[in-house]
Design a protein around this ligand. Structure first.
Ligand code: COA
Length: 192
């Protein structure tokens, strides 16, 4: 099957946050958000580390921008309305599936000091709405570790359906963990 190409939407503006692709120059904001959130991220985000330099984060932002333009992965920053603060990060990820399938997995983390205020749910709802209107997605999925109650609850509140549990799916620190699989389909979309 053809690899496919997409001139992807680049920016979603709401009253409370802006979701947009990363650009060169975002490194310092990304490093600051990750470094302020390490304790919060380390349990479920395998890539988290105690300190990320601005140079490392800048490289990551540029890699995301490159993938965005190649249309093979769509990393998104979640910014405050003035774009001076990174509130979190998200993405529509193909996870090895061709773009032609119109099926992506949403990933997301929020910075520690904004969690528990409804923002994660609001961003996920906005991503689902944007994904099924401005993007070609027919299916959007959300996968999380079964122990990640905040993530499970966020998916439920955004109207995603639990499709099943992959039992003992992943080996995390020597222990087999379940993966909870949520999804929403464009044709059965619930707007909440
Ligand atoms: C998952 C995450 C994005 C949710 O963001 P958030 O801004 O805290 O989400 P909300 O404030 O909208 O809360 C969503 C629900 O989760 C619940 N919740 C939050 N933390 C929780 C916890 N530790 N245990 C149980 N429920 C929790 C909230 O109470 C809320 O449910 P409620 O309204 O029924 O009370 C955020 O916690 C996060 O960044 N976690 C670390 C990274 C991560 O795990 N990402 C998801 C990977 S799949």
């Amino acid at each position: 099957m053809e690899k496919g190409y997409l001139i992807a939407p680049e920016r979603l503006i709401t009253d409370d946050f802006i979701v947009r692709c990363y650009f060169p120059g975002d490194g310092p904001l990304l490093a600051e958000a990750q470094n302020a959130s390490y304790e919060h991220l380390k349990t479920f985000m395998a890539w988290a580390k105690p300190h990320t330099t601005e140079e490392e984060a800048e490289q990551r932002a540029r890699e995301w921008r490159a993938h965005y333009l190649l249309a093979d992965d769509f990393g998104l920053g979640i910014f405050s309305p003035d774009e001076k603060r990174l509130l979190g990060s998200a993405g529509f990820h193909l996870r090895g599936v061709s773009l032609d399938h119109k099926s992506a997995e949403i990933g997301m983390w929020m910075r520690a000091d904004v969690t528990g205020q409804g923002l994660g749910t609001a961003v996920l709802r906005a991503l689902l709405d944007w994904g099924f209107t401005a993007w070609p997605w027919e299916r959007l999925a959300w996968h999380c570790d079964g122990r990640n109650l905040a993530s499970r609850r966020t998916a439920e509140k955004a109207g995603m359906q639990l499709e099943g549990v992959l039992r003992a799916h992943r080996l995390v620190d020597g222990v087999r963990r379940d993966t909870f699989c949520f999804a929403m389909l464009r044709e059965l979309r619930v707007t909440s």
